[in-house]
Design a protein. Structure first.
Length: 337
């Protein structure tokens, strides 16, 4: 059984300045991922600045969509209010709200869409990354603040090669990103006697019930999906490291392998999400497939199809000698004579 780890914030100035381990690990993930991706790009004779700018752009757009999908797909009541048919349905946490004509209590807050620190969805992040990439590949410059904060675009560059470098770095970054989820226990799983279960102490969080018979007194062993995904990322990172010098890999290999391995694993992982806790993830089509399908499982199907598409497209590019051997290293600037 895995020991329970729930670190408190690192307090520098009580009540004013504190750092949460989740945020620190996400920061480490971004730093590790961008550094490895940049080094990978330069080792393949690509422009390191371009891949660094792409990584930054993907992180910005990815985080926005990660939060929006988390809120709108899993917890829409935070924005629109809880569903209601009468006013008694709007007695929430001891506070009485009104039941509007829309069939929603007035306890929602549209500003929740801007509070990106209150929750993120990995597939929302993937959607944001895809949108960011589609924008990047069609422009030469991304002018976030014209003349001050501008990023290199991908138009006219070997797109798949740059995305492969990002996918290579992403595998290593995901280890730390999902360890951040594990530190906060954002994704509590079902009760289990598996050796990969985390020893959750009874009463550690309200709304997570104790279940006897699975662990010692005072302990309810449960899966923690953040930990399981972090372990999966370790395996993928080892695979990537092992093949990093091979020259016979098709363009898009790292993207396709990442998505085609992650999608079925994530589909299975979502079946381990706890449904006996308060605030359990929203599920759909429960009448057809009990206990229902999560948004993550629907996203996994789409991601797998995209991965297959990249694999097939990469096979075509592999037969294109001009593309396969193409580089995009920056042209060195000669000093003035």
């Amino acid at each position: 059984m895995v020991p329970f780890w729930y670190p408190g914030p690192i307090v520098l100035v009580p009540g004013k300045v504190e750092f949460h381990v989740f945020g620190i690990l996400v920061g480490i993930a971004i730093l590790v991922g961008s550094t490895i991706a940049q080094n990978r790009a330069m080792s393949r004779q690509l422009n390191g600045k371009v891949v660094a700018d792409l990584g930054l752009w993907v992180v910005i757009v990815g985080f926005l969509f990660a939060h929006w999908v988390s809120v709108l797909a899993y917890f829409p009541e935070r924005v629109f209010g809880d569903p209601c048919t009468e006013v008694s349905d709007c007695l929430i946490a001891g506070e009485q709200f009104e039941c509007g004509a829309s069939g929603r209590c007035n306890n929602g807050d549209p500003m929740e869409l801007l509070r990106i620190w209150t929750g993120i969805s990995s597939f929302g992040g993937f959607l944001g990354a895809l949108i960011g990439i589609l924008i990047w590949m069609n422009v030469t410059k991304i002018r976030i603040i014209p003349g001050f904060f501008e990023l290199e675009g991908g138009k006219g560059r070997p797109i798949i090669k740059y995305l492969d470098a990002i996918a290579f770095g992403f595998a290593f970054a995901w280890i730390f990103g999902r360890l951040g989820c594990f530190s906060a226990h954002d994704h509590v799983g079902t009760v289990t006697s598996s050796p990969l279960a985390v020893a959750f102490p009874d009463g550690w969080r309200s709304g997570v019930p104790a279940v006897a018979g699975y662990g010692p007194p005072g302990i309810t062993p449960r899966y923690d999906l953040g930990l399981l995904e972090s372990l999966w990322s370790v395996g993928v990172s080892i695979l990537y490291f092992a093949v990093r010098k091979r020259e016979d890999l098709r363009p898009g290999w790292f993207i396709a392998v990442m998505t085609m391995l992650y999608a079925p694993f994530r589909f299975y992982l979502d079946s381990l999400r706890a449904i006996d806790i308060s605030g359990a993830d929203k599920r759909y089509f429960a009448d057809l497939v009990p206990p229902g399908i999560t948004p993550g499982q629907m996203g996994a199907v789409v991601v797998f199809i995209l991965g297959v598409g990249v694999w097939v497209y990469g096979g075509r590019l592999m037969r294109d000698d001009a593309y396969r051997t193409r580089t995009d290293a920056p042209v060195p600037t000669l000093p003035p004579k």
